[in-house]
Every structure is written in structure tokens, then in C-alpha cells.
Design a protein around this ligand. Structure first.
Ligand SMILES: O=P(O)(O)O[C@@H]1C[C@H](O)[C@@H](CO)O1
Ligand SMILES: O=c1cc[nH]c(=O)[nH]1
Length: 331
């Protein structure tokens, strides 16, 4: 069975579950929120941007950064975690921006998204844009044109753009480079589309041109179920393939349009698309996977890399809110 994306009219979030209407109460267990215990429309009805990412600290830092970027009162103060009663996910608010952590991998982000999407539905949110701001492994070969001593121009492929590049996903693909997300439902495989909003990706790329100090590109993002064997790493506790086989696989991924690898984008694209949310995935590449597997950069460098998607999204949100040129502040 194949399910396809369907953007909805009215800008409302669509939950496609007839059972929800007959439930007296909806407990969003992993967020520690609920329809009887919380006034969700009052708490969240004006949310327009939702940003998600793996780590709770990153998402708290992003909310604090957004408070400064939006010039909100109390920008320097500690932010309360809206989900403090649950130790699964963390959620912070900065004006119309909600910032939520999702943990690592598809099962973790799926649970969070089910509850987040129901939250946006119960809160009657409209015209919400959702963006995953994450980290990834880069797969970036660069076309190099050279004129060797023979005087003839030649084009060759070299492992290219340095770590720290930011990839905006046009399509999330699985580990066979297919634009699909397979969910097992009652023992049957349901195939869901992983198309993301192309206009949103282009809008983000246009915003990135205002931020000169790191490269940003659009490409496919490969989503895997594992960080080690699943991403062709040679440094896991298990590895049954050679270095040549690894490079051959990554090269095939590159030829299929893949520019980075992470672990959530297909589920994110599928769930958000089916529920009528305009969605984007923006991840920084922590390393070039064609050059190695281990992440060797220092904590300071990695922290600065993680800020790059956040700076881009801050510029985008400021632009959408009509706040003038993108903020250039760093955290
Ligand atoms: O958004 P983050 O940086 O958490 O996402 C990537 C994909 C995996 O969850 C994790 C692996 O290190 O990083
Ligand atoms: O290589 C990497 C780096 C970050 N996240 C991933 O999933 N893979």
C-alpha cells in the first residue's frame, strides 16, 4: 500500500485518525501534556514555526538564540522546559517558535512527531512550518576543472567541500536511495512518500546567500536506521565489508544525488507531509564521509557547526516575520 503527501486547505494540521474524535481526552504521554490537563489552544495556538533536532541542549540553545534574534523580552533568562514532567523530550518556546528535541533515530522522532502533530491539531494551529535542524555526515564530491600542463581542460571529481557545509534536503531517501519511508502497520508494510516542500527548500537556500561564512547546498539526504553499519562505517563494533565496498556504496549514493546522511529525515518528511505541514530538513555535515568515519573535530568546532543550521533558520524566520535583514549574531 502506498500513501502520498497531501497538503491541506485552510492551513490546519491534519490528523488522519478517525478514532481521535471519539476520545474524551488525549494524553500526549511523552510530552507530559494533554487535552484535559492543559489549555493547548492558549498555550500553542499562535505557534507558526516548529524546529526539531536530536539534542535537548541544542534545542534549548536554539530557543534562547531565537529569543535574542526576535528581540523578545527576557532574552537572557533561563527558559522553562515545557515538557519538564517527561524526561523523554525537551520543548522550549520563543514567541511564535517552538523548539523540541527528538532524540536519535526514526523510532524516537516518530513518537515525538505523532504527539507534536496532535498537539498542533488540538491547539488549532494554522500555517505551521516545521524544520529539522540537525547534524549529518557529508558526501560531497566537488567537480574540479583544471588545465594541466598539456593545456587541455579536464574535469575530475575530488572529495570536496569541507566539513561544516550545510545541506538543505530536497528529497529524503532510504538506504537504497529511494524516496520512500516504510512503516509496518499491523504486520503490513505501508510505503509513504518522503517529498519535502521544494519552494521552502529554495526559500531557505536564498536566505543562506546572506550568510557568507559557510557553504550551503541543496541535495538528497539519505536516512539510515543505524550510525555505524547502516551508514557504511568501518569503525563500529561490527563490520563485514571492505573499505573499497564502503566507498563504492557511498559513491553510488553520491551518484543518486545524496549529499548527506542522517537518521530521521524519511520519517520526518513522511509524517509531516501526510499531516499537511510544510517541512524542511537542514543539517550541517560534521565530516566528509568520503574521507573518514570518526568525528574528530573539537567540541568547540562541533558546537559552532551545530549553530550553522540555526543561524540559517533564524534568518529565514526573521525574513518571514518581516524583521528585516537576517540577524548575524552568533550564540
Ligand atoms: O539532529 P541530530 O544531530 O541529533 O541527528 C543526527 C542523526 C542521529 O540522530 C545523530 C547521530 O549522531 O545525529
Ligand atoms: O556521520 C554522521 C554524523 C551525524 N549524524 C549521522 O547520522 N551521521
Amino acid at each position: 500500500m502506498t500513501e502520498t503527501t497531501g497538503y491541506s486547505g485552510g492551513g490546519f494540521v491534519h490528523v488522519k485518525n478517525p478514532h481521535l474524535d471519539s476520545m474524551e481526552e488525549d494524553i500526549l504521554y511523552h510530552l507530559d501534556l494533554g487535552t484535559k490537563t492543559h489549555n493547548l489552544p492558549a498555550m500553542f495556538g499562535d505557534i507558526k514555526f516548529v524546529c526539531v533536532g536530536g539534542s535537548p541542549n541544542r534545542m534549548r540553545a536554539f530557543a534562547q538564540f531565537m529569543r535574542r534574534e526576535l528581540g523578545l523580552a527576557g532574552a537572557g533568562e533561563e527558559l522553562p522546559d515545557i515538557c519538564a514532567g517527561s524526561d523523554r523530550y525537551a520543548m522550549y518556546r520563543a514567541g511564535p517558535v517552538l523548539s523540541i528535541s527528538h532524540g536519535m533515530g526514526i523510532p524516537s522522532i516518530s513518537i515525538m512527531l505523532h504527539e507534536l502533530i496532535k498537539l498542533l491539531h488540538h491547539a488549532k494551529c494554522r500555517d505551521v512550518t516545521i524544520i529539522r535542524i540537525g547534524t549529518s555526515g557529508g558526501l560531497v564530491w566537488q567537480q574540479v576543472t583544471g588545465v594541466p600542463s598539456s593545456g587541455l581542460a579536464s574535469v575530475s571529481l575530488c572529495p570536496g567541500i569541507e566539513a561544516g557545509s550545510v545541506v538543505i534536503t530536497d528529497t529524503a531517501v532510504d538506504s537504497s536511495f529511494q524516496p520512500r519511508f516504510e512503516q509496518v502497520v499491523l504486520g503490513e508494510v505501508v510505503v509513504r512518500s518522503t517529498e519535502l516542500d521544494k519552494d521552502l527548500a529554495e526559500e531557505l537556500l536564498a536566505c543562506s546567500r546572506e550568510i557568507a561564512d559557510f557553504p550551503t547546498l541543496i541535495g538528497h539526504t539519505m536516512c539510515t536506521y543505524d550510525f555505524y553499519e547502516g551508514q557504511g562505517r568501518l569503525d563500529g563494533a561490527l563490520c563485514s565489508f571492505s573499505s573499497e565496498k564502503k566507498l563504492e556504496y557511498l559513491r553510488r549514493a553520491y551518484d543518486a544525488g545524496v549529499r548527506n546522511i542522517e537518521m530521521e529525515s524519511t520519517a520526518f518528511a513522511a509524517l509531516c507531509g501526510l499531516c499537511g505541514l510544510k517541512a524542511a530538513v537542514v543539517c550541517v555535515a560534521l565530516l566528509d564521509r568520503l574521507e573518514g568515519d570518526q568525528i574528530r573535530a573539537s567540541h568547540e568546532v562541533l558546537w559552532e557547526y551545530q549553530q550553522r543550521p540555526q543561524r540559517l533558520i533564524a534568518a529565514f524566520i526573521r525574513q518571514r516575520l518581516g524583521l528585516g535583514p537576517a540577524g548575524r549574531s552568533q550564540h
